[in-house]
Design a protein around this ligand. Structure first.
Ligand SMILES: Cc1cc2nc3c(=O)[nH]c(=O)nc-3n(C[C@H](O)[C@H](O)[C@H](O)COP(=O)(O)O)c2cc1C
Ligand code: SF4
Ligand code: SF4
Length: 266
């Protein structure tokens, strides 16, 4: 199949979903949304997939910007996968409306539940829980493939009505604050000034000042910096020192750096 899958990822879940789907579909090219947005090079594919994490019960700012830029690719069939920690709420409905506003049609949209990477709410889930989620994600990916191959139209996955109402309101309330939420990040004494946090940030939001990371308030809240720091030296608020870090076990730092087109460190 002649398809392009665009993905955005903080901790590898969406990259793993995009990769797993791509391998099974065959003839699929993967693009990092953060990289593609830098040069917006033409992509000649009739089928386009968008795989992205749910952030605050909705579509995160970098995905909103991406959608407004892809009409020129003239896709004939578009599908989306919202990768989340279990609460898709109205995310895919919002996305479908967004495509419509931009003169495109989202033909199908699926939720895939994965381990949560939102460390302010808690650390990594147990290995056993993670494996259960990966197993059911694999099953869901297998179910998605025929829908996409046959270019079927299907209703998008969505949460219960109360979730869509309540969480969409919370999304709207928090949206304008996202870029400055990085003021809750700080670095403890374990930092060895390796610079990985700055390299892995999709928003180029971390500047090293005498080797120490400094956040510059255009954060996308993807959690890559805190989750990939090899020393677990980045903290968010007061509780994260006690929490285990998470990234998808089959996604490595070099995959994240490759996606950013930067040379790997060490
Ligand atoms: C800022 C932020 C907000 C999140 N909000 C939600 C949410 O509303 N619902 C949910 O189910 N998961 C939420 N999550 C969890 C992620 O969607 C989930 O862990 C996802 O698999 C991460 O994918 P990634 O590794 O590709 O970044 C949130 C994560 C972050 C970082
Ligand atoms: S990745 Fe961690 S150890 Fe490396 S510079 Fe950033 S905070 Fe310091
Ligand atoms: S500063 Fe951290 S959380 Fe914010 S966009 Fe960069 S890597 Fe993601």
């Amino acid at each position: 199949m002649d398809a392009a899958i665009f993905y955005y990822t903080g901790t590898g879940n969406s990259l793993w979903v995009a990769r797993t789907l791509g391998k099974q579909m065959g003839e699929v090219e993967l693009f990092s949304i953060s990289d593609w947005m830098k040069d917006k090079k033409p992509v000649n594919c009739k089928v386009i997939g968008v795989v992205f994490p749910v952030h605050m019960w909705g579509v995160a700012p970098p995905i909103l910007k991406f959608i407004s830029e892809i009409k020129s690719l003239a896709p004939q069939y578009i599908f989306a996968i919202a990768v989340d920690g279990g609460q898709v709420a109205g995310t895919l409905v919002q996305l479908k409306n967004l495509f419509r506003k931009n003169g495109m049609v989202l033909s199908s949209g699926f939720e895939i539940k994965m381990p949560s990477n939102y460390i302010p709410f808690g650390g990594a889930e147990t290995g056993e829980n993670q494996q259960l989620k990966f197993e059911s994600a694999r099953k869901k990916i297998s179910a998605i493939i025929p829908v996409v191959r046959n270019k079927e139209t299907s209703p998008v996955d969505q949460g219960a009505l109360w979730q869509r109402v309540l969480f969409t309101l919370l999304y709207k309330l928090s949206f304008s604050r996202i870029s400055t939420l990085d003021s809750s990040f700080w670095v403890d004494g374990k930092c060895n000034k390796c610079g990985i946090c700055s390299q892995v940030c999709p928003a180029e939001n971390i500047v090293l000042v005498e080797g120490q990371p400094t956040w510059t308030h255009h954060c996308e809240q993807c959690m890559a910096c805190i989750q990939w720091c090899p020393q677990a030296a980045i903290q968010y608020g007061k509780k994260t020192s006690a929490y285990a870090r998470y990234h998808h076990p089959e996604v490595q730092l070099k995959d994240m750096l490759k996606a950013r087109q930067l040379p790997p460190t060490k």
